[in-house]
Design a protein around this ligand. Structure first.
Ligand code: 5AD
Length: 347
């Protein structure tokens, strides 16, 4: 039964929620799903892997998400905010490593308003780098100003499309507001990235299937999927971690159903299972986001414990990655890695 579904997904890139849920629930389907996703990945986005240098520029956050170590109630978090010149310095280093894109990621930190962020974006743009922002919810006017200052892409995970679960896990936030932010980003012409956490307490497989339909409806350019990892300093500290195999099936289904999307092998995957990154790159993913944050700040940006690569330097990350890719018959892509739209006839 699932063989037929995988064939259909590989050919038509369309499944209904029940069909997606059936595949997500079939551990036996996993390798077939991964193989099909790997073929679709090769056909639509090729063997080049896009590297995005991740700069974790502030871990100060006004939000209170029950799963996240940066939540404002977490007094154990050692808070920091990189100064503007340090952010630009890291961006320059990222360019030196050959990265074409930097991702500026931070908590929802009111210090970093449009007026403070814009000059930093202009300087980084002037280096010839493409800028992705991952700074949470802003007004449409703010998103517009940030785009004018030089940002071209934005990552804002929906986390879960189960509205009730979303609003329980992210107190004070509204699912409708999150969707409105994604709609604003789309309207403004950003490349839009979203994604979800797999294995949140109370999350159903049907809702994960629904997440994928949501990514399709949004026509997401980028989709980041990672397992939930319990953080002892949060209210969900004793909950079970997300299932790495289920997460892998989820990544493969995202590739089958959004064939053109840029899909990262996330650090959370590697954190739960060392070596998982390669497995995910063979199961549909085509992007890696090497951390270019330096020194102790890597440890302090603690969304979840045990974060992979925390003790490596950016230089070590870069070299081991190149090695890993070449062993897989893949290579570091030379272009900036914008989404390429292809008609069915091209493939
Ligand atoms: N486990 C895994 N991922 C997490 N994130 C936040 N907290 C955790 C956790 N405990 C993810 C969220 C967010 C991204 C930056 O990090 O999905 O969007």
């Amino acid at each position: 039964m699932w063989q037929r579904l995988i064939e259909k997904a590989e050919k038509e890139h369309r499944l209904c929620e029940g069909e997606i849920a059936a595949l997500l629930s079939s551990p036996a389907a996993e390798e077939f799903l991964a193989a099909a996703a790997d073929r679709v990945r090769k056909r639509y986005v090729g063997d080049g892997v896009h590297l995005r240098g991740l700069i974790e520029f502030s871990n100060i956050c006004r939000r209170s998400c029950l799963y996240c170590g940066l939540r404002r109630e977490n007094e154990k978090a050692e808070r920091y905010r990189l100064p503007p010149e340090e952010i630009v310095r890291l961006a320059r280093k990222a360019r030196g490593y050959g990265y074409k894109t930097v991702v500026l990621q931070g908590g929802e930190d009111s210090f970093w308003n449009v007026d403070r962020l814009s000059p930093v974006l202009r300087e980084i743009r002037a280096l010839g780098l493409v800028i992705t922002l991952s700074i949470g919810e802003c007004s449409e006017a703010e998103y517009r100003a940030l785009k004018e200052a030089g940002a071209s892409r934005f990552l804002l995970r929906i986390e879960t499309t189960d509205r009730e679960l979303y609003e329980r896990l992210d107190p004070g936030m509204s699912f409708a507001a999150r969707c409105a932010c994604l709609a604003s980003l789309r309207r403004l012409g950003y490349e839009v990235g979203t994604g979800s956490l797999v294995g949140l307490p109370g999350q159903s497989v049907a809702s994960l299937a629904h997440d994928i339909l949501f990514f399709q409806a949004l026509d997401a350019d980028m989709v980041g999927i990672g397992p939930f990892i319990p953080n002892g300093e949060t209210p969900l500290g004793k909950a079970a971690a997300g299932d790495i195999r289920l997460t892998r099936r989820m990544v493969s289904l995202v590739r089958l159903l959004l064939p053109e999307a840029n899909i990262p092998a996330t650090t959370a995957m590697e954190t739960l299972a060392r070596g998982a990154r390669a497995g995910i790159l063979r199961a549909g993913a085509n992007v890696v986001m090497p951390n270019v944050t330096e020194g102790d700040f890597r440890r302090k940006y603690a969304l979840y414990p045990g974060k992979a690569y925390v003790r490596d330097t950016p230089e070590e990350c870069r070299l081991s990655l190149r090695e890993e890719l070449s062993q897989m018959g893949r290579f570091v892509a030379e272009d900036a890695g914008f989404r390429r739209r292809r008609s069915i006839e091209d493939t």
